[in-house]
Design a protein around this ligand. Structure first.
Ligand code: CDP
Length: 784
């Protein structure tokens, strides 16, 4: 379906977010707001050890505490074949530990009690006898000869390797390196971080003992997929499971995996015949739920002396924790990491990736990024900057020289992506112009003479979002289409139901705008419903910026289908031929007689009252949309920093972003998404990292140790746009939710490196803390 070339009434309009009416008044309805009659409360006992054999669990003291209804252990679950569950990547994960614990914070037992306080008090009365085992905390250790075998529960698993995966053409890449004048390499690490949504995870499971109907209110970014997993795990008939995701206080990929708490609460409700609520605390969320990143990467660029890129070789090792549990398209073991060729016309590339088990929480979720694109983008943008210094070419010129040019699209990358569209030079030019790049370089040189250290960092990223086309993308075999169901009521008001699920991205507003634009109803007359599996069509949920490219497209297509039917009805009402009607975005009128017209509201009424002969009543339909390709948003980010030579502290002076996500539905919402991503990019570059000691203790189990940026330290942002519509999306939109997280960390690090590049500094590992910078200043003789 082509992009329609007509004036958009409702696209590109910063319509105020409908959902904010309830959010800013504290009237949202989150899982913890759900209170059912007779509801019990669950608390989870977590392992203090990262790796230990469980010799015994004695629950007798806890069970005797008044108010405790039952203490659930893995042994009890095993009797119902529920001790282990499948993950969304086709691995297995313990629901409650039976044989061993394999990470600190692992779920060992659950107390179900009359109040949450009693449930938490009873945890202290459970006696677990652990025999500590040797701990594996890095993927390098995990793959060493003789490393302790973490997943000895899995038949045929003889070491800690989860996967080995390659993309691109090894031979062509070898040839490119053989021909190269110069090879530049960079070794780097993208640290483990945590999505840290404001609302932790939780559920209220309500299984009706009389009907067997299970209603589960759940913090889920993918309620339909979760219902299917529940049907598979619990063996419950799928029609008896209803998952409702009410308002969600941020997801960022953290609410994609299925967590043990959901499963135990549901099993307990099934066994007890009463509703059971589980609300995770902050430490539980930080130490046990979906982490992100944790990638060790080495990249090598083969170059001609004149700066032409000939080839790229990449090796990557991923720390997945003790289970491979992030939602991952099954054909793409390391996600979309092979987009590592970025915005560059690289004739050859070869990517080798390995994933390893360690004694940590399962990780690798799509945290504001499309399946590992953040790591890939960071590597190429850091490597390109280093290569520019080694070649003695300005980093901006070097990028421009090697960009895929605007007339090369659609462009097939060396690792097999077909980029739908792009104009990278335009975005770079706009950034440089807005920055006054030339002037800034002069200022930098002058500042240096005065003993001040300024740095200018650039990153020109390409994202790949909108998973995805069914030929390549599935989760557990379920194709990654998405859906929209639209019904126009007789009074011309509509309800739009989607398979995706907003966690704060503003879907209630933007998807209403899409339908409004196609069907001529004002957005405020269109109610958008998501997150109830009984009342929305099947879809794979919201993560990895997929909602606009998939469900957004489905909404546009179904609205057009309804408009086609509306036109037939209008022709009947106007006693004209369909071909004689014009559509102005709100009404149909007879060509040459604009007064003879019917509004879409009048037509909607007629759909129930006055139909052409033989036409079915109603104005409604459903569309399952299988996208023909991914969408490829892009942009250039530029950061200017100054380093304090006395302390090593660096401060962003300017953060400038040029984004291109095709047609913007709601510019204000898009800018909000970009600001969130830039904040996250800054946080990763400056402060966020979850570390572990050699016993596998998680350092970063609370917000005192794990630093999230506040408004105080977050810099202000200058936002700009270019518009290159996606040629295959019905309204020309590309996803945007993740772009800034993907694009910006490299720009921040590049800026700090740039301030010291003249002294030979080429790299900083994230987070770029002031002590690392001070150390470097000291080594190159610039410390004060
Ligand atoms: O899947 P998710 O909603 O996280 O990401 P997205 O599809 O990139 O959309 C994020 C928000 O930005 C949604 O409310 C979109 O409708 C909106 N958006 C937009 O207004 N214009 C675009 N071109 C892309 C997204």
């Amino acid at each position: 379906m082509a992009v329609e070339q007509r004036e958009h009434r409702w696209l590109g309009k910063s319509v105020k977010r409908k959902e904010d009416e309830r959010f800013v008044r504290g009237k949202g309805n989150y899982v913890d707001d759900v209170k059912l009659p007779g509801m019990l409360h669950m608390a989870i006992l977590r392992s203090p050890f990262a790796h230990a054999r469980i010799k015994s669990i004695d629950t007798s003291r806890a069970s005797e505490l008044p108010g405790v209804v039952v203490v659930v252990t893995g042994e009890i679950l095993a009797e119902h074949n529920l001790a282990w569950m499948p993950t969304l990547s086709g691995d297995t994960q313990a629901v409650l530990a039976t044989d061993k614990v394999r990470m600190q914070g692992q779920e060992v037992a659950c107390v179900i009690a009359e109040t949450p306080y009693i449930a938490h008090d009873a945890l202290e009365l459970i006696d677990v006898d652990y025999e500590p085992l040797p701990v594996v905390v890095t993927p390098q250790q995990a793959l060493e000869e003789g490393a302790p075998l973490i997943r000895d529960d899995k038949e045929g698993q003889e070491d800690n390797r989860i996967y080995h995966w390659e993309a691109g053409d090894a031979e062509a890449t070898e040839r490119a390196f053989a021909e190269a004048d110069k090879v530049v390499s960079l070794e780097t690490f993208y640290p483990r971080s945590h999505p840290s949504p404001l609302e932790c995870c939780g559920c209220v499971a309500d299984v009706n003992p009389a009907t067997g109907q299970a209603t589960i209110y759940m913090t889920s970014q993918a309620p339909h997929a979760h219902r299917t997993v529940f049907a598979l795990v619990a063996g419950l008939p799928e029609q008896n499971i209803r998952i409702i995701s009410p308002d969600i206080g941020g997801g960022f990929g953290n609410k994609v995996p299925v967590y043990p708490g959901y499963v135990v609460a549901t099993a307990a409700s099934l066994l007890l015949g009463r509703p059971v609520k589980w609300i995770e605390d902050r430490t539980g969320n930080l130490i046990s739920t979906g982490f992100a990143r944790d990638y060790y990467m080495t990249g090598e660029l083969a170059l001609r002396d004149d700066g032409t890129m000939l080839g790229l070789r990449v090796q990557m090792l991923s720390d997945q924790g003790y289970a491979y549990a992030d939602a991952q398209p099954s054909k793409l073991r390391a996600g979309l990491f092979h987009i590592v060729t970025g915005s560059y016309d690289l004739p050859a590339a070869h990517v080798v990736t390995d994933g390893a088990y360690t004694n940590k929480a399962p990780g690798g979720v799509a945290y504001r990024c499309s399946f590992r694109v953040t790591e890939a983008s960071f590597l190429i943008e850091r490597l390109v900057q280093k290569a520019a210094y080694e070649l003695g070419i300005d980093p901006a010129d070097f990028r421009r020289q090697n960009f895929i040019k605007a007339d090369q699209f659609p462009y097939e990358s060396a690792t097999g992506f077909v980029y739908d569209s792009g104009d990278y030079e335009k975005a770079l030019d706009l950034a440089l112009e807005q920055l006054d790049y030339k002037g800034l370089r002069e200022e930098q040189a002058k500042a240096r003479e005065e003993g001040r250290l300024l740095g200018i960092g650039i990153a020109s990223f390409t994202e790949v979002v909108g998973a995805g086309p069914s030929k390549d993308y599935d989760i557990l075999g379920i194709k990654m289409f998405d859906s929209a169901e639209l019904r126009v009521h007789p009074t011309g008001k509509a309800i739009l139901k989607l398979g995706v699920k907003s966690q704060g991205q503003g879907h209630e507003t933007t998807f209403a705008q899409i339908v409004a634009n196609e069907l001529g109803l004002p957005p405020q007359d269109i109610l958008v419903v998501e997150g109830d599996t009984d009342n929305t069509p099947y879809g794979l949920g919201t993560y990895a910026s997929r909602s606009t490219p998939t469900a957004g497209a489905a909404a546009a297509v179904i609205a057009r289908t309804l408009r086609d039917k509306a036109k037939k009805i209008a022709a009947h009402l106007l006693e004209a031929s369909e071909d004689d009607l014009d559509w102005d975005g709100e009404k149909f009128s007879v060509k040459g007689a604009p007064d003879k017209a019917k509004t879409i509201q009048e037509v909607a009424f007629a759909a129930y009252t006055d139909l052409p002969e033989g036409m079915d009543a109603g104005l409604e339909g459903v569309k399952y949309y299988d996208p023909p390709n991914m969408t490829f948003p892009f942009g250039t980010y530029a950061v200017v920093v100054e380093i304090d030579r006395g302390t090593g502290q660096w401060k962003p002076l300017r953060v400038l972003a040029v984004d291109d996500c095709g047609v913007r539905i709601n510019p204000m919402i898009v800018e909000g998404q970009i600001m969130g991503g830039l904040t996250e990019g800054f946080a990763t570059a400056a402060m966020e990292q979850i570390t572990f000691d050699e016993q596998g203790n998680c350092i970063g189990a609370n917000f005192t140790d794990y630093l999230l940026p506040t408004a105080w330290e977050t810099p202000s942002f200058e936002l700009h746009e270019t518009v290159t519509p996606s040629p295959h999306h019905p309204i020309g939109a590309k996803g945007v939710g993740e772009s800034a997280t993907v694009g910006s960390p490299a720009a921040f690090v590049n800026a700090v490196v740039d301030a010291l590049a003249h002294a030979g500094v080429r790299n900083f590992e994230m987070p770029v803390t002031s002590d690392k910078v001070w150390q470097a200043l000291h080594e190159v003789g610039l410390a004060e």
